[in-house]
Every structure is written in structure tokens, then in C-alpha cells.
Design a protein around this ligand. Structure first.
Ligand code: TRP
Length: 329
């Protein structure tokens, strides 16, 4: 029996190379060894986007198409939308009964985000309960492992605590305590040198046209010592070079290292190589995205099939849960 993976992403806009390197490539790899459940966390998105839910509408399908484009394979993995499985909401409600408020209030991710996103009015019950919904997502499918970034570790710890408390109250081993698979944050910066992020408007999207990709790479900040082609630089001070580490083969990287340090290669040429490396990796992704954009019925079928399978598993878990909580006949 393969171990089970559960993970989700909130549909709050397009995905960029940071997501690609930090999350999606790992998800694709994990399909080889694990029984993976990947879902669109649309209810989670609403906890912060409740004033402007239209972003969710446009993001859900685009996001699934991007997943399929990068190689998440519906033959291997279960792909679904959270809100298609109403059992998540029911489980969230039931888990909320046993979750002490203090556990939620002391959650560092909660405190940070609430302060950071002041304009979004996150002093809501739903936002405080975010990790309880996340716990429901995970323990519903008896996940062994959850691939997440470091910022999500407090949430996973809460999931374990909630599962433990549930088992303590209602019976040993009803729910599984999941472990993390920590995704390393990719060291790529955005066009302006700051962290790549939608809100900084500095992202290279997974889905770009060849022209926009070229244009964006040409804008990227390089080693500021290289004011002209004759100035020597150093890849370690260049904003662009980390992308070469991920996308350009070793031989060419050696040439770039040498060319930059001796000023025998200019930034324009170095950027051309990067564009070629990115295209090599992304053209097959773009082709698959194009296919699914013109075959949206396939995407609907994939989501339906995923939901049917996930619902069956969720129903099994909920029958046990309802029974120990005296909610079944
Ligand atoms: N909180 C996660 C994030 O913002 C998204 C998420 C929701 C999730 N439910 C999950 C991740 C369950 C892993 C498992 O990235």
C-alpha cells in the first residue's frame, strides 16, 4: 500500500515560477511514490477574499489547467475542488467543537497574516478557523504526509493536535496524525530583485507567451557592477543567476560563470541563454495548457472524477466520525 499525500492550494490568482519550483515540481515527483490527493482550496481562499470572490471563480479552472500543464496526472492523482466535497465543511464544524480557542489564537501564521493584511479585515470567525478547516482536509483522507512550505508548519502541528484530541476523546486511531514533507523555498527573486510575488507585480508566470517571457527576462536586474559589457561581475551578486541554477544545464552554467567574471559575456547574452532554458522547460507545459484550454470538458471530467473518488473516501471517514459523535441512527 502506498502512503497517502494530501495537499491544496488556494485559488487566488495565477501561479508563478516560485510556485512552480517550490510546490508543483515536488507534487509531480511525489506522484511516483505516493497516492496523492491534490485539491483546490476554494473555501480557504474565501477566508481572505470574501469581499471579492470573483477572483476565485476565474482562478479555479485556470489553476487546474496549470496543474495539468506541469504534469499533475489525473491517472495517478486525485484532483478535486474542496467545495465539491461538502463533508469537509461538516468535518470542519465537528472538529471546531473540540478545538480550544487558545490553540487558534496563539497560531503565529494567523497573527502575522492578520497584521499583514489589515485592509482585508481578517478579524473573522472563518479566518481564525482556517487551520481547523485545513485539519479537516487532511485527516479526512488519513494523509500520511503533507507537502507544505515552512510557513504552514504551525498549521500542520495544529492538525496533529486536533487529531490527537479527537482520538483521545472518541477512540484511539480514528484519525491519523500526518507528517510534513517540507518544500524548500526556491531562491528565485522577481524581476526587481525582491521575492517573487503577485502583490509585488514582479512575477514570471508559469503561463507566459514567448514574447512576454523574453520581455520580462530582459527587464531583470543583474549584477549592478556590470554597468557596461566591459565591467566584470559575479553570478553570486546577480538576481538572474539563481534561475540558471534551476533551468540551465551545468556545462552552460560554467560558461556563464566564466563569461560574467571575465566580462567576456554580456548580460544580454546571458539572458538569451536563460530565455532558451526557460522555453525548453516551459514549452511542453504551455502546449498542455493550450490543449486543456480548448478542451475544458476534459477539465470538468477530471474534476468530476476526482470529486467522485474523494467523496467516497470522505463519506467513509464521516460515517465513523458521525457514529462516535452520536450523530447516526
Ligand atoms: N493553507 C494552505 C496554503 O495556504 C492551503 C491548504 C488548505 C492546504 N488545506 C490544505 C495545504 C491541506 C495542505 C493541506 O498554502
Amino acid at each position: 500500500m502506498k502512503e497517502r499525500i494530501v495537499s491544496g492550494i488556494r485559488p487566488t490568482g495565477a501561479l508563478h515560477l516560485g510556485h512552480y519550483l517550490g510546490v508543483l515540481k515536488q507534487w509531480v515527483e511525489l506522484q511516483k511514490k505516493y497516492d496523492c490527493f491534490y485539491f483546490i482550496a476554494d473555501w480557504h481562499a474565501l477566508t481572505s477574499e470574501y469581499k471579492n470572490p470573483s477572483i476565485i471563480k476565474t482562478s479555479v479552472k485556470d489553476m487546474v489547467i496549470t496543474w495539468l500543464g506541469v504534469g499533475i496526472d489525473p491517472e495517478k492523482s486525485t484532483i478535486f475542488r474542496q467545495s465539491d466535497i461538502k463533508e469537509h465543511a461538516e468535518f470542519f464544524l465537528l472538529l471546531s467543537m473540540i478545538t480550544p480557542l487558545s490553540w487558534l489564537e496563539r497560531n503565529p501564521t494567523y497573527k502575522e497574516l492578520k497584521d499583514e493584511l489589515k485592509e482585508k479585515d481578517l478579524g473573522t470567525f472563518g479566518f481564525l478557523g482556517y487551520p481547523v478547516l485545513q485539519a479537516a482536509d487532511i485527516v479526512m483522507y488519513h494523509a500520511d504526509r503533507v507537502p507544505i512550505g515552512e510557513d504552514q508548519l504551525p498549521h500542520l502541528e495544529l492538525t496533529r493536535e486536533i487529531a490527537r484530541r479527537f482520538n483521545f476523546l472518541y477512540g484511539d486511531k480514528l484519525l491519523k496524525e500526518p507528517k510534513e514533507i517540507l518544500a524548500e523555498a526556491p531562491k528565485v527573486a522577481g524581476l526587481d530583485g525582491r521575492k517573487m510575488s503577485k502583490s509585488y507585480n514582479n512575477a514570471i508566470w508559469i503561463e507566459e507567451s514567448p514574447a512576454s517571457l523574453k520581455e520580462k527576462v530582459s527587464q531583470m536586474l543583474t549584477d549592478t557592477k556590470r554597468k557596461t559589457k566591459k565591467d566584470k561581475g559575479d553570478p553570486k551578486d546577480c538576481n538572474l543567476y539563481p534561475l540558471h541554477i534551476y533551468f540551465t544545464d551545468e556545462e552552460q552554467r560554467k560558461d556563464i560563470q566564466h563569461g560574467c567574471k571575465t566580462a567576456s559575456m554580456g548580460c544580454v547574452e546571458c539572458k538569451k541563454i536563460l530565455v532558451a532554458s526557460l522555453e525548453k522547460e516551459l514549452i511542453p507545459v504551455w502546449d498542455r495548457i493550450k490543449y486543456f484550454k480548448t478542451h475544458t470538458k476534459d477539465v470538468d471530467d477530471i474534476l468530476d472524477k476526482g470529486a467522485t473518488y474523494a467523496r467516497k473516501q470522505a463519506e467513509e471517514t464521516m460515517q465513523k466520525v458521525r457514529s462516535v459523535l452520536c450523530l447516526s441512527k
